[in-house]
Ligand binder design. Structure first.
Ligand SMILES: [Fe+2]
Length: 499
């Protein structure tokens, strides 16, 4: 049984196994003997008395590459893994063909683009490993600043052959070290860091812009390494923690050598469990290839189960025959909806399984969603779900992007039709919704479009600020009543505040 399955049997993630070790040596806890011992103890503590199933070990970047390529629609592809660190690897290039994965290049720590971005995140007053998306959003407000860019070219230096080097003097990361992450040199060169809550100056925005530009340039320059290293495909798969940076992915997608790009719904470490399982499956002679067209793989609840919860909690609800039609009307009237349908989506983005939805036609909707539910900073963008049939109306050079992983430039029509879901620099990170993969959600947007002329909705995750996304009907009810949502649309039932 692979590690992934063993961990699942214990109802704990592989990552939690590593964390539980608490070993003083950061690297030694990842050693196979330690993991085997730990798994044995955990199986025993769960009452399992038989022989421990075989445990196979897969390297971190190979697992990232496996989920990126095996779940893609491509027979052959270049694969970029951009990470903080996995074992001692920071960035890797692979070529995938059929069910084979071949490594083309690797950068080891401290040459980590993840560490670089993380150190800037902390320098700008945000939590590293958590708030990198805020730096990316802030970058859109930044201006080009020659002095700052010069400093960044010393932090990440690009070589003629497409390589990069990260200057470790600017970050303070030992082997997998947590704690303060930007180095003294960053303070010396860029000046005092921003502290949490301090006002954001134009200089802070310019620093975010320079960091984002540096990341994008470094990653794009890596594409040429595939050419040197016999990569031949115009297809590109991307994964690793830094692949959550949708603006970087958008930049990659626009590169002339990239014809098609694919990001799995789980580009970060959560996806390595599936990647590892697919590799073991391939090793055992099974076909590991399947195209992931949707990410609704989490728990789902039947109508009867949902109604039982509603009855138990004495919620005041009604059952609707045309749930998508009724929800579309409510949205068009400016209501904020909690939308709970089918199975929970895997990955960090809400994709119409557990979403908060709003009418994107008025820019003020952003403030309303923030004030009543999310509590996010005013300047951070929201994103839309757009019907596949209408993507040309709203996006420049669009292509199917079902998992909200890629930023696109928007059309003037999008900027005027759905301003609440477009970022300040006329970009957005859309979910392209197909009827085949998400019928009820597709119908909702279609009916909203038929009512309003706008075939997109503002879609953000169904959670109250900083809480996990809701999974069960009970979770949804808790978040509904703890927030300023107007209605909860859960399977075929509708709840309204105040009865
Ligand atoms: Fe990773």
């Amino acid at each position: 049984m692979p590690l992934f399955l063993a961990a699942t049997a214990l109802k704990r993630s592989p990552l939690s196994l590593f964390r539980k070790t608490g070993a003083s040596g950061e690297i030694s806890k990842y050693q196979p003997a330690n993991i085997r011992q730990l798994l044995t103890e955990m199986f025993r503590s769960e009452g399992f008395t038989g022989k421990l199933p075989p445990v196979r070990f897969i390297t971190h970047h190979l697992a990232h590459a496996a989920i990126a390529f095996y779940t893609s629609p491509f027979d052959k592809s270049d694969i970029l893994i951009i990470d903080g660190s996995g074992e001692n690897k920071a960035t890797s290039g692979y070529i995938g063909e059929g069910d084979k994965l071949k490594k083309v290049f690797t950068y080891t720590i401290p040459d980590s683009l993840g560490w670089f971005y993380k150190s800037v995140t902390e320098y700008l007053g945000y939590l590293p490993d958590r708030h990198e998306g805020r730096v990316m959003a802030l970058a859109s407000y930044g201006e080009e600043d020659e002095e700052i860019q010069k400093i960044f070219s010393r932090i990440i230096s690009l070589k003629k052959d497409g390589s990069y080097r990260h200057n470790p003097a600017y970050s303070f990361l030992g082997a997998h070290r947590n704690g303060k992450v930007f180095g003294k040199k960053m303070e010396e060169d860029l000046g005092p860091p921003r502290f949490k809550g301090e006002e954001i100056s134009q200089r802070h925005k310019n620093i975010a812009r320079a960091a984002q530009d540096t990341l994008e340039e470094s990653v794009v320059s890596l594409l040429s390494r595939f050419k040197n290293g016999e990569g031949v495909s115009s297809n590109l798969c991307v994964a690793g923690g830094i692949a959550l940076n949708c603006r970087m992915n958008g930049h990659l997608s626009e590169h002339p050598s990239v014809e098609n790009i694919y990001l799995p719904p789980l580009p970060g470490d959560a996806g390595t469990a599936l990647g590892a399982a697919l590799l073991v499956a391939a090793n055992l002679g099974f076909n590991p290839r399947f195209s992931l067209t949707h990410s609704y793989w989490g728990p789902g609840y039947s109508s009867e189960e949902v109604e039982a919860v509603l009855k138990k909690t004495k919620a005041d609800y009604s059952k609707e025959k045309d749930i998508s039609g009724r929800a579309a009307e409510l949205l068009a009237k400016g209501n904020l909806l909690g939308w709970f349908q089918g199975r929970l989506e895997a990955g960090p983005r809400a994709l119409g399984g557990r979403s908060i939805l709003a009418d994107p036609r008025d820019i003020k909707t952003k403030d309303i969603v923030n004030k009543r539910v999310k509590g996010r900073e005013k300047w951070r963008p929201f994103a839309p779900s757009i019907l596949k049939e209408n993507m040309n109306d709203y996006l420049l050079n669009p292509f199917d992007s079902p998992f909200m992983g890629i930023a696109f430039k928007t059309t003037p029509k999008a900027d005027s039709d759905m301003p609440a879901a477009i970022h300040v620099d006329s970009t957005t990170r859309p979910q392209i919704v197909s009827r085949d993969s998400s019928k009820k959600y597709w119908e909702l947007i279609k009916k909203f479009g038929d009512l309003t002329g706008v075939y997109g909705l503002l879609n953000t995750s169904f959670n109250v600020n900083e809480e996990p996304i809701v999974a069960s009907p009970e979770d949804a009810l808790r978040s509904f009543y703890a927030s300023g949502l107007d209605y909860l649309v859960i399977e075929n039932f509708i709840l309204r505040k105040g009865g």
